[in-house]
Design a protein. Structure first.
Length: 108
């Protein structure tokens, strides 16, 4: 029974990132593309593990997060701006983490 539980837990951990990504919205940033703004509130932001570089996220006036592939963070702000300063394609996933308040990420 213990082996079965370990196997189920391992399978769930392997599938979870893909399932979570399926519930999130996506922005793809090509190298040198113009910064992409995102209007929202409480957001979960992840740089896809398949991205070939980091993404710079400007948070609130004066703040910045350098997000490596496979990393995530939660942030509240009226607008986040994503920039790809690297040479590869960056895939950013995001979703609202607000408590059922009707807001949709990317829309005001």
């Amino acid at each position: 029974m213990k082996k079965l539980l370990v196997a189920v837990a391992t399978l769930a951990m392997a599938v979870l990132p893909e399932a979570q990504a399926g519930l999130m919205n996506t922005i793809t940033l090509n190298p040198g593309s113009s910064p992409k703004p995102l209007y929202g509130g409480d957001l979960r932001v992840c740089n896809d593990s398949e991205s070939t570089g980091a993404v710079t996220v400007n948070v609130r006036p004066g703040g910045m997060v350098y997000l490596q592939p496979g990393r995530c963070f939660n942030e509240w702000g009226p607008m986040l701006t994503f920039t790809n300063d690297g040479k590869g394609i960056v895939i950013v996933h995001y979703r609202s983490i607000a408590k059922n308040n009707g807001r949709i990420p990317g829309h005001q």
